[in-house]
Design a binder for this molecule. Structure first.
Ligand SMILES: [Zn+2]
Length: 266
């Protein structure tokens, strides 16, 4: 089957990348950065992905666009400070983007939604004791990296601002949307985000090579619209979406297009 035609691209505007290196330190240690930097090829491949996310935050926070999608690889939500790659991730782009939005703009509260099949352990780690970032992740907690227990709700001031939802194999559109309604919606009565970021992993799609969920392309469009409604309600539609996992190349592409079609409908 041919991929959808071009109209979604015509509705999009490419963004220039930002100066990114100083912002890495908001999340990562110098030792970690230096270790990744010691492999110049890797570093040069990873840095533009982080840069794209910062440029997207700029464009959205400055009101140039309503929302943005970063079609970037490698992903970032597993990245820690171990000095090496974790689950294909080197730098946690979305975590860096959240700090960037808070420091450069008046986005005091940032909601990060992670619908990747895997738990965003790096993002949880970055904000676990931070009440200014609400992290919401749906995932299969028994898959890599084995984290993401719903009992992990944050610590100290961050208690209550980390929401993990385990979903089992076969999770479909209806089940994931229900999880969003049941577990995320109530948290927003006390946390009103100034910006919403999405870790848009499409390995939660049906037929993924690493995942066992059954979310369809239509389901991703529904999820996208659900999140857009939240963004409209709380923060003038401000939403930055960042590609994470997705290992069925055709499936990843189709889900991303469906996501983009929803993002550009308004
Ligand atoms: Zn994943």
């Amino acid at each position: 089957m041919a991929m959808p035609e071009q109209p979604v691209l015509e509705k999009m505007e490419p963004l220039a990348t930002e100066q990114v290196e100083p912002w890495l330190l908001q999340i990562h240690s110098k030792q970690h950065i230096d270790a990744i930097k010691s492999d110049a090829e890797t570093y040069n491949n990873v840095l533009p992905a982080t840069a794209a996310c910062l440029a997207a935050v700029d464009a959205v926070m400055q009101g140039k666009v309503r929302n943005a999608f970063c079609a970037s690889r490698p992903p970032g939500h597993h990245a820690l400070n171990t000095g090496r790659e974790e689950g294909f991730c080197y730098f946690n782009h979305i975590a860096i983007a959240a700090r960037y939005a808070q420091q450069k703009y008046e986005a005091e509260k940032v909601l990060i939604i992670d619908w990747d099949y895997h738990h965003g352990n790096g993002t949880e780690w970055a904000f676990y004791s931070d009440p200014s970032v609400l992290f919401f992740s749906t995932h299969d907690q028994y898959a890599y990296p084995g984290t993401g227990s719903p009992s992990r709700t944050g610590e100290g001031d961050g208690e209550g601002f980390n929401i993990n939802v385990h979903l089992g194999c076969g999770t479909d559109d209806k089940a994931i949307l229900a999880a969003f309604e049941q577990h995320l919606r109530p948290a927003l009565t006390k946390f009103k985000p100034d910006l919403i970021l999405v870790s848009a992993g499409f390995d939660s799609r049906v037929d993924d090579l690493l995942g066992c969920f059954a979310i369809t392309d239509q389901g991703f469009a529904q999820l996208t619209r659900w999140v857009m409604q939240l963004a409209d309600e709380f923060c003038d539609g401000r939403l930055v979406s960042v590609l994470e996992g997705g290992y069925n190349i055709q499936g990843n592409a189709r889900a991303a297009v469906s996501h983009l079609e929803a993002l550009t409908q308004q």
